[in-house]
Design a protein around this ligand. Structure first.
Ligand code: AMP
Ligand code: MG
Length: 353
């Protein structure tokens, strides 16, 4: 027989154990849900909406703040309009005179010239004068005269942008303006991911105006699902979705910045060989690639190239996939995405290439 005292002690020990287990379970669950709770912050930078979502760290806010700071840093270097930016300084410097630039700028310019070479000039960072001339996306867009277009076109050519990435210098060899608007946002996405990772964030999504980069494993273990915008419908209406485990998705579309004159739509993606908005029957190109910078530069280049040439590239380049929406309402999906892509609109016909 147990004494009364022993019984009380046993009961007390048992109660303590139950409380201990319950407390441990409570904190374990809280830690898990905290880890699974996304933390999102939205803002405006580089002329577009930015949205950063992260999982898995109690210092999420501080990390995301640093991510936004990194975007602002890059914008201050490569903006064409911020006086004192590297690009502004280069565009104002005399032709043939080297300008000191920051490491980020040198890297971006070197990469831009590489993408220009790789895409045979469909992507070209020297289109700045065309951008200024047409003013698309500004308060006063206009259709310039033939003569003005020829003038703006005269200096265009990536071969005329010299970058010395060791001395951190850049130089214009002809009369053009540098514009990194088609590559800088993707690069900024990559840089934000680096910052977040350095600060212990394990997974998340960075969306910089349609340049999306995902990293890490989503708490539910599934792939990241990304919607592909319907060029003819309101924002958030999709032609389809893709599921990716990692990497970047960037979309270039004629619906992003444009104006109408005499019933014709003029958009912001220029064909560097004509000086006019690219017109090859494409409404949008989404590129899936390992980095944001690749996806950004290539989506712009592919838009200019048109369907045939772009799929030549996609089929040659292992790590690059594409989804193209054409003017005649076809959605063409590269074969590497056959399983990852899901069609959601009845307004289009779908094909795999
Ligand atoms: P994205 O939205 O990434 O396709 O970039 C479009 C922006 O890049 C434009 O607003 C211009 O500033 C610039 N741009 C336009 N056409 C080109 C081109 N063919 N190559 C490189 N940059 C371009
Ligand atoms: Mg781009």
């Amino acid at each position: 027989m147990m004494s009364g005292r022993a019984r009380v002690l046993r009961l007390a020990a048992l109660t303590a154990l139950v409380i201990l287990i319950a407390t441990a379970a409570y904190f374990a669950r809280r830690a898990l849900t905290e880890k699974q709770q996304p933390y999102t912050q939205a803002g405006f930078a580089m002329g577009t909406f930015v949205r950063i979502t992260v999982y898995g760290n109690e210092s999420a806010k501080a990390a995301v703040d640093d991510g936004f700071r990194r975007i602002n840093e890059i914008e201050a270097l490569v903006s064409t309009t911020i006086q004192g930016s590297d690009v502004f300084k280069l565009n104002s410097a005399p032709i043939g005179v080297p300008v000191k630039v920051h490491q980020d700028t040198a890297y971006l310019m070197t990469s831009a010239v590489e993408f220009a070479r790789l895409t045979d000039g469909s992507f070209d960072p020297t289109v700045g004068r065309m951008v200024d001339l047409w003013g698309i996306g500004t308060e006063n867009p206009r259709v310039p005269s033939e003569e003005e277009i020829m003038q703006a076109l005269a200096g265009v050519g990536y071969q005329n942008l010299a970058v010395d990435s060791e001395r951190l210098e850049a130089m214009r060899l002809a009369d053009f303006f540098v514009d990194l608007g088609a590559i800088a946002k993707g690069y900024a996405c990559d840089q934000v991911v680096n910052v977040l990772r350095e600060e212990g964030i394990e997974a998340g999504v960075v969306d910089l105006g349609g340049n999306i980069r995902v990293f890490g494993v989503k708490p539910n273990g599934r792939d990241w699902r990304i919607g592909i915008q319907d060029p003819s419908a309101s924002r958030g209406s999709y032609i389809g979705t893709i599921d990716i485990a990692s990497g970047a998705v960037a979309t270039s579309g004629d619906y992003e910045r444009y104006f109408f004159r005499d019933g014709i739509l003029y958009h912001h993606i220029f064909d560097p060989s004509t000086g006019y908005p690219a017109r090859r029957g494409v409404r949008s190109v989404s590129v899936i690639a390992p980095t944001g910078m690749q996806a950004d530069a290539l989506s712009t280049a592919f838009f200019v190239m048109g369907v045939e040439d772009l799929f030549d590239c996609v089929n040659r380049w292992q790590e690059v996939e594409a989804i193209v929406v054409t003017s005649d309402r076809r959605v063409i999906v590269s074969s590497g995405l056959a399983d990852a892509f899901e069609a959601v609109s009845e307004d289009y016909t779908y094909e795999i290439r």
